[in-house]
Design a binder for this molecule. Sequence first.
Ligand code: SF4
Ligand code: SF4
Length: 154
Amino acid sequence: MLGVLKGLGTTFRTMTRRPVTIQYPTIKREIPERERGYPLLLWDHEVGEPFCTGCHACERACPAQCISVVMKDNPLAAEGKSKRRKIVDKFLLDYGRCIRCRICVETCNFSAIAMNNTWDGHELSCYDRTCLVLDLEQLLAKSKAGEITPWVEP
Ligand code: SF4
Ligand code: SF4
């Protein structure tokens, strides 16, 4: 009998405690300000083109070999509207292989790539791994829309 009462006591105490879990995905925790998400590319709003020149430095430095870049001559430079003679043509980044090490960000001489610190990239589960390979437009979308929160340096 004493055991039953002790058990009930534990049950009632637990019932009145504040829950430690949340109803994800309806409710989402706030991401810590120094959270490192997946890398994405930044858009130069002044010129109207990506900061990325397609220089391949991040591609060579990436330890997971998940970046693939193609460079082209910049048509805006030919028109005198941009100082970048070369610009990125294609950029593929495989989030399925990325280890979020931030080496690409450190390597880039043009401040063209940054770690995302929003919820994007956390919820990319899919049945086909190819959906985790993001292209240039997908990688630029957040920056183009001005949705990246200011990065807090570690
Ligand atoms: S964060 Fe690391 S693994 Fe991911 S793309 Fe950049 S260099 Fe590669
Ligand atoms: S993100 Fe930076 S390092 Fe990578 S290709 Fe573009 S300019 Fe070069």
